[in-house]
Structure formats: structure tokens, C-alpha cells
Design a protein around this ligand. Sequence first.
Ligand SMILES: Nc1ncnc2c1ncn2[C@@H]1O[C@H](COP(=O)(O)OP(=O)(O)OP(=O)(O)O)[C@@H](O)[C@H]1O
Ligand SMILES: [Mg+2]
Length: 221
Amino acid sequence: MRIVTIANQKGGAGKTTTVMNLASILSENSRVLVADVDPQKSSAWWADRAGNDLPFDVVDDTNPSNLSRLRELQYDVVLVDTPGSLEGRDVLATVLTESDFVILPTEPSPLAFAPLIATINEIVLPSKVTYRVMLNKIDPRVPVELTDAEALLDGAGLLRFKSAIRDYKIHKMAPVEGKVVTQYADGDSRIAAKAREDYRRVALELTSLWAHTGTRAGVGA
Ligand SMILES: Nc1ncnc2c1ncn2[C@@H]1O[C@H](COP(=O)(O)OP(=O)(O)OP(=O)(O)O)[C@@H](O)[C@H]1O
Ligand SMILES: [Mg+2]
């Protein structure tokens, strides 16, 4: 089992959107559980809207100490949604003691990078858990936005996924519609396909990285 935590103390960076959509992509090949430890319970709320249609399971339990018990369950991947605030710091630190990997979604704006770097330096690096920053909400019409953001992250010595997630309006509507990216309606099928492709690329990078790293429970577990 791999426990993957999605973190960024900056609110609204896209943690919940990443958790739910990556879960849907990974569930095409794996047994996936989403664990929501954010007191806002956004993933759990989204899952409620989706009802029985979700291709993965969701639990909400705001006590991060309970995560270790999830290792006994029959899932291949657990994605953990975490709070986006400085008050969530202790929760995040505790969650990381149980995590095998951390994904940090961020908006491409330079102003968003200060809180991102604080999360990495103060919480992620001390935990020694492997991490990757994931650029999110990239304007598909402004290619330079992506290259500028990549240069800034690389210049700061941060590790990132090569692929990024583009900004599409359908992502904003998805929670209220109770849909995840693998279920997006065919109404705008061209965009739905692009949106899926973004998460597929990130999932592929993630699983290739796993091919080279162990888990807390032992290599290959
Ligand atoms: N790639 C994207 N394209 C368009 N909208 C997006 C994208 N990613 C996230 N959003 C939107 O940005 C807002 C914040 O996203 P989300 O709730 O996933 O962030 P969060 O980090 O979980 O926030 P919080 O810190 O409050 O938990 C939401 O309205 C969401 O729909
Ligand atoms: Mg959230």
C-alpha cells in the first residue's frame, strides 16, 4: 500500500480537486481509498454528491493518528486530503509520519510560492517523505505562464512533476455535479478528454517514481 498525501498550507491550491481526480484515474488499475482529514471535509462532501457512482471509497476522519490503521485494509493506494491552513500544520506533520509520498499542488502565481516553499521547508523536508510539486490551474491559452512557473520552481531547487494540470471550468463544476474526471459528461468531450489526459500524465509519473522507491511497509509492498 502507498499512502499519498496531498498538501499545501495555502488554501485553494487544488488539494481536494487533485485528490478526487487522481483517485479516479488510479482506480482504473488499483484499489483506491480517499481519506479526508481536513475538518472542512470537502472530499467527503464531493463524494456524498457522487453517491454510489464513485470508482473508489472515501472515509472522513479528522484524527490523523488513525491513518496507520488504514494499512491493514485491502487498498493499493490511499490518497489523503489535508487542511489548507497554518492551523492544519500539526495535522499535516502527523499525516506525513504515515505517508510514502507527498504531492503539493500549487497555482502558478509567484505569490503562491512563498506558502508552498514554507510547507516544503518546514514540514515536508523534515519528514523525509519523497515529494513532488504539481503545477495546477495552468491557463491553456498562456503557455508562458507554465514555463515561467517551472523556471521559478526549478530555480528554487524544488522537485516537481514534469506534467501540469490545466485550468478548466469543468473542474470547478465537478464537486457540485458529483463527478470526477473519469466521469465528466460528454457535453464538452474535447475538454473532458484533455482534463483526463492531464491527470493521466501525473498518475503515470507517480507510478514510474514508485517503481524506484519503497514504502514504509517495505519495498514493493
Ligand atoms: N485545474 C483546475 N481548473 C479549474 N479550477 C480548479 C482547478 N483546480 C482547482 N480548481 C478550483 O479551485 C478552487 C480550489 O480548489 P480545491 O478546493 O481543490 O483547493 P484546496 O487546496 O483543496 O482548498 P482548501 O485549502 O480550501 O482545502 C475550487 O473552486 C476548484 O474547483
Ligand atoms: Mg480542500
